[in-house]
Write a protein that binds this ligand. Structure first.
Ligand SMILES: O=P(O)(O)OC[C@H]1O[C@H](OP(=O)(O)OP(=O)(O)O)[C@H](O)[C@@H]1O
Ligand SMILES: O=c1cc[nH]c(=O)[nH]1
Ligand SMILES: [Mg+2]
Length: 214
């Protein structure tokens, strides 16, 4: 697991702005900060990927350079994932993209807590590719797990990464138990979930803050 907030950096500043209830009134800044955390996590993640060496012709000679060995697919859960996705896409600018419409639905019983409704999914072939699953809020982890398994019908990726801006300890635990082969890339891990399964202190409802209340 990689945790961006483990070492002090400018990322802390972006996270603070995302959380700040007054700053959140500026939706454009909120979305841009989501993007910026995405850019930083994408860069950190890129350090773990495999590169092939190539020669590039410059006007003055040949330079040795590196390019990604395997294609990347960025898979994002709507809505809240969109600006975070854009940050990843700025870094992995040649990636193909998958989109999933998923949201937390009604409560069904005390154990299952709520259903995750999924009504749209589109993806390129994932076979042998690097899959990066992107959703800024990792609360219970149920949306992420459901979407990961649904995506496998498009092929088995060579490796899967999961990226979130803020996670709960419960969500991290859930994913580490259910899909332990997926590597986690997180901005911060907060204290807990509340009774409505929102992350505390978290930042509130990321989808509403980026795009308005449903
Ligand atoms: O880890 P979980 O408990 O599954 O919860 C996390 C999910 O909840 C939020 O989506 P939401 O249902 O608010 O939809 P939205 O993006 O349209 O606001 C968030 O963006 C995740 O997709
Ligand atoms: O804290 C949370 C949990 C789920 N979705 C959000 O947007 N925020
Ligand atoms: Mg929401």
């Amino acid at each position: 697991m990689f945790l961006l907030s483990q070492k002090p950096s400018i990322a802390d500043h972006y996270l603070a702005e995302l959380r700040d209830v007054n700053g959140q009134k500026d939706r454009m800044r909120f979305r841009r900060n989501m993007e910026r955390v995405g850019e930083l996590l994408a860069y950190e993640l890129s350090k773990t990927l495999t590169f092939k060496t190539e020669k590039v012709q410059t006007p003055l000679g040949q330079a040795s350079s590196r390019s990604l060995l395997q294609p990347v697919v960025l898979a994002t859960i709507l809505r809240a994932g969109l600006p975070f996705h854009q940050g990843f896409l700025s870094i992995f600018d040649r990636a193909d993209n998958a989109f999933i419409g998923a949201y937390r639905g009604h409560h069904i019983n005390a154990e299952e807590e709520f259903t995750v409704e999924m009504d749209y999914i589109t993806s390129p072939d994932l076979t042998g590719k690097i899959l990066i699953l992107i959703d800024p809020m990792l609360a219970t982890g149920r949306s992420m797990e459901k979407v990961y398994h649904a995506l496998l019908r498009f092929g088995i990726p060579s490796q899967t990464h999961i990226a979130s801006v803020i996670a709960s300890p419960e969500g991290v635990d859930y994913l580490q138990k259910r899909i332990p082969h997926c590597r986690l890339w997180l901005g911060a891990i907060d204290q807990k979930l509340n009774e409505q399964y929102y992350i505390v202190p978290g930042l509130g409802d990321a989808g509403d803050l980026a795009y308005g209340e449903k």
